[in-house]
Design a protein around this ligand. Sequence first.
Ligand SMILES: Cc1cc2nc3c(=O)[nH]c(=O)nc-3n(C[C@H](O)[C@H](O)[C@H](O)COP(=O)(O)OP(=O)(O)OC[C@H]3O[C@@H](n4cnc5c(N)ncnc54)[C@H](O)[C@@H]3O)c2cc1C
Ligand SMILES: NC(=O)c1ccc[n+]([C@@H]2O[C@H](COP(=O)([O-])OP(=O)(O)OC[C@H]3O[C@@H](n4cnc5c(N)ncnc54)[C@H](O)[C@@H]3O)[C@@H](O)[C@H]2O)c1
Length: 578
Amino acid sequence: MEAIAVSRGLVGASRLQSFFADTSSSSSSSCVPALISYAGLKKNVCFSASKPACELGAVVAASRGAVVKGNRGLRVEAAATNGSPQSFDYDVVIIGAGVGGHGAALHAVERGLKTAIVEGDVVGGTCVNRGCVPSKALLAVSGRMRELHDEHHLKSLGIQVAAAEYDRQAVADHANNLATKIRGNLTNSMKALGVDILTGIGSVVAPQVVKYGRIGFADKTITACNIIIATGSVPFVPPGIEIDGKTVFTSDHALKLEWIPDWIAIVGSGYIGLEFSDVYTALGSEVTFIEALDGLMPGFDPEIGKLAQRILINPRKIDYHVGVLAKKITPAKDGKPVLIELVDTKTKEPKETLEVDAALIATGRAPFTKGLGLENVNVVTQRGFVPVDERMQVLDGEGNKVPNLYCIGDANGKMMLAHAASAQGISVIEQIAGRDNVLNHNSVPAACFTHPEISMVGLTEPQARALAEKEGFKVSVAKTSFKANTKALAENEGDGLAKMIYRPDTGEILGVHILGLHAADLIHEASNAIAMGNTIKDIKFAVHAHPTLSEVLDELFKSAHLEDHAVVSEKAAEPVAV
Ligand SMILES: Cc1cc2nc3c(=O)[nH]c(=O)nc-3n(C[C@H](O)[C@H](O)[C@H](O)COP(=O)(O)OP(=O)(O)OC[C@H]3O[C@@H](n4cnc5c(N)ncnc54)[C@H](O)[C@@H]3O)c2cc1C
Ligand SMILES: NC(=O)c1ccc[n+]([C@@H]2O[C@H](COP(=O)([O-])OP(=O)(O)OC[C@H]3O[C@@H](n4cnc5c(N)ncnc54)[C@H](O)[C@@H]3O)[C@@H](O)[C@H]2O)c1
């Protein structure tokens, strides 16, 4: 047997001792036998199909005979393989350098894993270049414009300003410059930590083998103990809609802010539609929403959606058509406007035809997984999404885990948010490093950066009630208004609501939804509580500085009515030494 060294992954000596002390042996049909030795101890192991060559949080192979700092002497004597390479160029190779891939890469280095990231376009992916970052730059401008144009609001604070104007190109430059800056930050952070950034389109050509290079000329091959797919998503454009990038466009084009249409139809009233309606109306456009479902913002908690309609839609130059699909959209041509043919969503009967200056298509996103070579590892995508289990481990056509292959971020469709992609990446690296980790997606917050903002975590009220009915528990709802908050009133921003859905018997927080000033920042007290498994009884005695917006949540937790046995938690009742 040929000896190969264990690379990088630093495993504590005590953990190694207990590993060798454990005499139980594992076996499976796809067992890969190997002899591990450390400080005179020897153990026959079986690298299971689900974790071949990645035992002990250490990663087997890489440079033969290399001495590894921290695990000097830990050796694996020839783990034979089942078609996989016997040694690897990298412990982890990530395909796609968006926020998901970036988060995974940084954490992999922290865990001592040799890491490469393959990027076919520019570092930063959607979020940095065509998503969160430039859109928030535009929203920063729309927030200020909105305030400066709100004479009533300013007067009530005693402020007078001359009419505010904006320079479209300068606003567009702000968004573009910010994306460039953040892209540079991401690239530098990976380079500084020693992540190899490999340029080209990557694909999986065999288990633990990645090819990359120019499209059609992918001629470089690397091997990896673990592969993480993080290839993200692209705008989904329904059939019948013709994109010309000028008068009919997606968020990819809209973020460049090449012009401000007088009248723009926004197809889809989800996150993108809502955020862009905030931008366009602040910059002077009139907006018409076209929404397939029966109400605007169907993804939000219905009560928050209704309030959002009162605050973010009705007072603005926005009208809407709901329950209709944009069946056909023709770009403006030869002096003719953009034509939008609407049909009833349910009956498909033709409704009216709209004539507008521009149309933004914000009807969701499609996974970017074509050409990834997933068929080489027997993986069948579902509507393009890569099927994964709760640990982001890729599942094959028969529902079995594909060893050493993970998929994170938009490409798996679990939760299309930047921080969710990154959190999934970190969770995967933890597993690769030998620490089991399952991300609780119910604790992942989301925010829509309108003015004011909307944020949420966990279940909506209808979702919670459906679950309660199925599992047989009671649900209660607590609410607090921004109108009762001193800081919000000092800012003259009393419009808003915080709502918590919870179990009165246990104090478990099922969901929190906020609409109001800085809602996107406020949500973290609730999301962290859910992530940590804290109940209302644990946090209702926590002290909040006065006067702050965070007192909105303080009031929310305090106003919950818990059943007697749930009121005093052990933690809260513990005497505190002074
Ligand atoms: C307008 C807009 C605003 C948004 N705002 C927010 C927000 O405020 N907050 C939020 O949380 N989320 C927001 N999102 C969503 C967020 O951008 C995505 O959830 C996030 O970018 C997903 O990250 P990812 O790493 O999975 O994929 P991506 O960011 O899409 O990155 C994937 C990367 O993989 C590369 N790639 C693809 N295929 C290959 C291949 N075969 N080989 C090599 N490289 C490949 C791509 O070039 C890309 O760089 C927004 C999205 C949009 C469109
Ligand atoms: N602040 C943020 O976190 C943020 C901002 C922007 C985007 N995103 C992410 O990007 C993703 C895409 O955003 P999005 O707004 O495009 O999608 P979305 O899924 O949030 O909303 C799409 C909306 O379009 C409607 N729709 C779909 N097809 C239609 C049709 N043919 N005609 C009319 N209406 C139609 C849907 O009913 C839905 O309301 C989301 O998953 C979101 O998580 C997040």
